[in-house]
Write a protein that binds this ligand. Structure first.
Ligand code: HEM
Length: 168
């Protein structure tokens, strides 16, 4: 949901438009949502290291490979999208700016041309993550509605799946 919201508020156009004072609110909102994605991605990876993973549902070899590839790309993008934005903005000479007037300046010297290139890669990666997430969601629905193999259930939290207990 946060990735989708960050995408919707993605500031587009030339640098003068992206950083125009009239568009401050949208950009601050975008950077706040996008940075929250980064923080949650870090938390998710840490959680994944300690939490028990659901048992895999039996599936053909190509399906297992495809699922692993899509998951790997999604994790990669969850880090690459915010990190290219942060690096690009700092190299262009802009501080990160969040809702509530919080700003974080660059810890290194600007290199504008490189920053602009990285910022445009960020836009491409931002579009890509939506495509990959959409593909992933479509595959999950296919498993649920057509194959009826319980794959979607392995993506949901256990508490949502356990039937409510009756009181005696
Ligand atoms: C998952 C999180 C994010 C997504 C999905 C995302 C998506 C996008 C997209 C699609 C664009 C291009 C919009 C267009 O060209 O119409 C964009 C631009 C931009 N984003 Fe993000 N973004 C994310 C995180 C961040 C973060 C964390 C920051 C900064 C801290 C940020 C700062 C920017 C800036 C400054 C631009 C304009 C780049 C330029 O100069 O061309 N974004 N973003």
């Amino acid at each position: 949901m946060l990735v989708l919201a960050a995408f919707i508020y993605g500031p587009g156009g030339p640098e003068s438009r992206v950083y125009a004072p009239a568009r401050d609110f949208d950009r601050h909102l975008h950077e706040t949502l996008g940075s929250a994605v980064f923080v949650l991605a870090v938390a998710r990876v840490l959680w994944r290291m300690v939490a028990r993973r659901p048992d895999p549902v039996p599936a053909s070899r190509w399906m297992r490979l495809a699922a692993a590839a899509v998951q790997g790309v999604l994790y990669l993008l969850l880090f690459a999208v915010p990190l290219t934005a942060i690096l690009g903005a700092w190299l262009e000479g802009h501080p990160l700016a969040y809702l509530g007037d919080l700003e974080i300046g660059a810890p290194f010297a600007a290199s504008h041309e490189l920053g602009a290139r990285i910022a445009s890669i960020h836009g491409w990666l931002g579009d890509s993550i939506l495509w990959v997430a959409g593909l992933h969601a479509a595959a999950a629905l296919y498993h649920h509605l057509v194959l009826k193999d319980g794959v979607l259930a392995t993506m949901l939290p256990a508490w949502l799946l356990s039937a409510p207990r009756r009181r005696r």
